[in-house]
Design a protein around this ligand. Structure first.
Ligand SMILES: [Fe+2]
Ligand SMILES: [Fe+2]
Length: 178
């Protein structure tokens, strides 16, 4: 919630992606889950925001990376359903996302490259720009955060795990005291 409020207060960020997020096809990303319970739309939105912050801070091309990040997982299928897409989703979805994005928006060569190569190092092709590299790291960071958030919720919702977590916390605390 705190993270979303920060984003909503950032007018420059919202202006950059407004054209993208008001598009019906991009909105449709809300209907596809990405990591655990996070939709493709929310995942891309958070990745876009962190890419924006980092690239702006270091005086890089923050507009291109923000736009590319918002579209980087525009593959529009349920990747868990093996019948809904070609095999090897991890290797191909960057290209699929770029093709889908190009049907909707005018993208620069740099933006296309960032989207297509965002799965590095799973795919071997290096991004051609520093902004592309930044997106690959932010993408992995957000995926890890999203996974951890869901795992934590699952742990807290089960009393056995809750007590085990508490016990482990006390154990670590006692070890630190020794
Ligand atoms: Fe992806
Ligand atoms: Fe992603």
């Amino acid at each position: 919630m705190k993270r979303q409020m920060l984003i909503y207060n950032n007018n420059e960020f919202e202006n950059i992606i407004n054209e993208l997020i008001t598009n019906d096809t991009v909105q449709n990303m809300k209907n596809f889950r990405q990591h655990f319970d996070i939709s493709c739309f929310d995942h891309c939105y958070f990745v876009a925001y962190y890419c924006y912050l980092i690239c702006k801070k270091f005086h890089l091309d923050y507009k291109s990376v923000t736009r590319a990040a918002m579209l980087h997982d525009l593959f529009l299928y349920d990747w868990r359903d093996r019948n809904s897409h070609p095999r090897f989703h991890a290797f191909h979805h960057g290209k699929t996302a770029c093709e889908n994005a190009c049907k909707l928006f005018e993208l620069s060569q740099k933006e296309k490259d960032i989207i297509i190569r965002h799965m590095w190092p799973v795919t071997l092709a290096f991004p051609n720009s520093i902004e592309g590299f930044i997106l690959t790291f932010v993408d992995k960071y957000c995926a890890t955060q999203e996974a951890w958030k869901t795992i934590k919720l699952k742990i807290y919702s089960k009393s056995f795990f809750r007590y085990a977590y508490l016990f482990l916390g006390l154990l670590v605390f006692n070890i630190k005291q020794i």
